[in-house]
Design a binder for this molecule. Structure first.
Ligand SMILES: Cc1cc2nc3c(=O)[nH]c(=O)nc-3n(C[C@H](O)[C@H](O)[C@H](O)COP(=O)(O)OP(=O)(O)OC[C@H]3O[C@@H](n4cnc5c(N)ncnc54)[C@H](O)[C@@H]3O)c2cc1C
Length: 325
């Protein structure tokens, strides 16, 4: 781990975490301004416009959404695209709608919009748990749900929740649109997805809740607004006898990529949620974590926190599935 460098006007500190092979930015006070390298800036007014600009500029281009991850990367010269394709003026990428038993979230929807949506507040509390824990209100005014997922940072909060919910992503490229199941979106490499460089992530689709379904996202952070020490998302649907017929669990910041806790999910199928099954699933979730020791704590502490957070998330999911909080 390299010593932190401080840059006060922007409140950022950069650590290079060689153990995990990726870089992380943290808030901090003190230091000097860092200026990005030069790049061309182009505005896309529609999705097709964005796709043709991406195609025109190839691997050298990057989409600019809320800029809350990309701009810090440019400042620290961890990314150096020669063209930024700004999609912020594509108004029809900002929406939250429930139709055909599916929640549709436009990729450019801001975290703050998700936070304030009555539909999300009443029907999708796991999404409110998640968006309300992302950074702070200022960041959430800019940060987009699509950007949070497309950035594929294992420390970002939405990937775990989307893995738990079994979301599908809509990508549009030169050949048209395609649907990518969330568990095929992240690769084994940090910050990498199966999105092609000439594709735009346009929509996130989430199955609408059934009568007996519930989910929760629990996150442990060093202080409000920080990235997770660890986070766990859990989502269950129950049959008429109270047995689980769908279980989804995702883990945040305990490995090089967002983790789907498949053994825990598999174990829960057909079970009722009681203390024994919850603890057994939490043990399996903890076993799926691949944490490394860093400034957020030793690996074993993080694994223990996954266990604890998994118990909390499953209990909350169970209560919500039964109509309570
Ligand atoms: C101080 C601070 C604290 C933070 N704390 C947290 C936290 O606690 N939890 C958390 O989850 N996140 C946190 N973040 C990160 C942040 O919320 C998200 O990673 C970020 O907002 C990504 O969304 P964006 O719209 O800003 O994307 P951008 O920064 O604009 O883009 C990020 C990446 O995604 C790509 N991209 C964006 N949109 C699309 C699209 N539609 N199609 C294809 N590619 C796309 C870009 O090309 C780029 O590579 C924090 C950020 C800051 C600055």
């Amino acid at each position: 781990m390299r010593a932190p460098q401080r840059f006060p006007p922007y409140g950022l500190t950069y650590f290079s975490d060689e153990a995990q092979g990726f870089a992380r930015l943290w808030l901090f006070d003190g230091g000097e301004i860092l200026i990005p390298g030069s790049f061309d800036y182009v505005v896309a007014n529609s999705v097709s416009d964005a796709v043709s600009l991406l195609q025109q500029h190839g691997d050298e281009a990057k989409i600019l959404a809320g800029g809350q991850s990309l701009i810090p990367l440019l400042r620290f010269r961890l990314a150096a695209p020669s063209v930024l394709v700004d999609i912020n003026r594509i108004a029809d990428l900002e929406y939250i709608q429930e139709t055909d038993n599916t929640l549709h979230i436009g990729a450019l929807t801001r975290e703050a919009t998700l936070d304030e949506s009555p539909l999300i507040r009443t029907r999708y509390p796991i999404l409110l748990d998640t968006s309300s824990m992302v950074a702070d209100p200022v960041v959430r005014n800019w940060a987009t749900v699509g950007g949070n997922i497309a950035h594929a940072d294992p420390a970002n909060d939405h990937p775990a929740t989307m893995l738990a919910l079994g979301a599908q992503l809509v990508a549009i490229g030169p050949e048209g649109g395609r649907i990518i199941p969330i568990d095929e979106f992240f690769t084994d490499s940090t910050f990498e997805t199966t999105l092609h460089t000439n594709e735009v992530l346009t929509e996130i689709r989430i199955p609408a809740p059934t009568e007996k379904s519930g989910g929760a996202y629990c996150k442990l952070e060093r202080k409000v607004g920080d990235y997770a020490i660890a986070g766990v998302a859990a989502y269950v649907t129950l049959d008429g006898d109270g047995r689980i017929n769908y279980a989804g669990m995702g883990l945040t910041n305990v490995g090089p990529v967002p983790i789907k806790a498949r053994d825990a999910e598999q174990y829960l199928l057909g079970k009722t949620l009681d203390d024994a099954s919850i603890h057994q699933a939490a043990d399996l979730a903890a076993a799926a974590a691949q944490p490394s020791s860093d400034t957020r704590g030793p690996a074993e502490y993080k694994r223990a926190m996954v266990r604890t957070l998994a118990v909390r998330a499953l209990r909350k999911a169970s209560a919500r599935a039964r109509g309570g909080e």
